[in-house]
Design a protein around this ligand. Structure first.
Ligand code: SF4
Length: 328
């Protein structure tokens, strides 16, 4: 039987090292949320003993790992959340080989460098090969940066298309060149489009939303998402010279103040009229909402969802009222 080269990931980790080891990353978030029946995956996890009152992403990751038959997983021990720790423990007891990786608190350069070395050693990749993979993946992610620019600068790409291309940068769908080729042909079609009407420019910050119709709803209310904060981070948007520099600039695993610096820079550049702060039910990041509101100088609507599926009536009404207020 051929060796299973796939390795599960639960958030963006240095995919360059995984590819340098000859392995193929599988982002379980994307497998969960693009499944035909994401709600069923939540039910399966609850039947397996996951509590109702924990974050639905974790339950989706658990079931996606089972459905995909994942036998190896890179788990982020620092820089993600404690739910991920518990998930790794459950998967370990179920026979999955867990390889831990940490984003150091405070973005310490030496510590991050040591973590990258540790991950190389655990997966059997050399550091030089990993740095070469960085150059390859930088090239493959480049068309996505252009897709992002066409979103906010030229209004030729919708907020949802932008979201999908950027979140897929976490694992480049397991085939970086094929992913880049698809992104290039999408770009070719997008540049030929007429710019969409301006609408109300919105920034969406926070983790990628679990609900299925947020972008469509906002568009139907005259909104245009021109900034997907965390999704953009997964695309590694900065020009960097090494893996250590790249993963020090990546804001997702670090403190909220570092993230807010990046958000403010992008607000300056993209000029949204307002911000929607998406928070996942039962996620620690919800606590940071008050810091977001205190710092940003734009109207902020906090939107919380629990499970996959369409927005509920209450959230729809809140979005309608917010968009009416902005238009007025
Ligand atoms: S949404 Fe929050 S609680 Fe859920 S997996 Fe992500 S960081 Fe953890």
């Amino acid at each position: 039987m051929p060796e299973d080269l796939r390795i599960g990931i639960t958030t963006t980790v240095p995919a360059e090292i995984i590819y340098a080891a000859g392995l193929v990353p599988v982002d379980l978030n994307n497998r969960f949320i693009t499944a035909r029946d994401p709600s069923k995956l939540i039910e399966e996890a609850e039947q397996a003993g996951f509590p109702r009152n924990i974050c639905a992403w974790i339950k989706g990751l658990y079931s996606a790992a089972g459905r995909e038959g994942i036998r190896r997983l890179v788990a982020v021990a620092r820089g993600d959340c404690s739910n991920t720790h518990a998930l790794a423990e459950i998967l370990e007891i179920e026979g999955v080989d867990i390889i831990d990786f940490s984003f150091p608190y405070g973005r310490g350069e030496a510590e991050l460098d040591a973590e990258l070395g540790k991950l190389c050693a655990a997966l059997g990749a050399s550091r030089q090969a990993a740095e070469r993979e960085k150059e390859r993946l930088d090239r493959c992610r480049a068309p996505v940066h252009e897709i992002d620019r066409l979103t906010w600068e030229e209004r030729r790409v919708t907020g949802e298309e932008n979201h999908l291309w950027q979140i897929n940068c976490s694992d480049l769908r397991g085939d970086p060149e094929a992913f880049a080729a698809e992104a290039e042909s999408f770009l070719e079609a997008a540049v030929a489009r007429r710019p969409m009407p301006p609408g109300v420019r919105l920034g969406l910050i926070g983790i990628p939303p679990i609900c299925s119709d947020l972008y469509r709803t906002l568009e139907s209310l005259g909104g245009r998402v021109v900034f997907n904060e965390m999704q953009r981070q997964f695309s590694m948007p900065y020009r960097t010279g090494s893996l250590a520099e790249q993963y020090r600039r990546y804001t997702y695993p670090y403190d909220i103040f570092f993230r807010l610096d990046d958000i403010e820079r992008e607000i300056e550049r993209r000029r949204p009229d307002a911000i929607i702060h998406y928070v996942q039910s039962f996620c620690f990041r919800g606590i940071q909402d008050r810091l977001v509101r205190a710092r940003l100088k734009l109207p902020v609507l906090t939107l919380e969802c629990d499970r996959p599926g369409p927005l509920d009536a209450r959230n729809r009404t809140r979005l309608e009222a917010f968009m009416e207020m902005l238009e007025a």
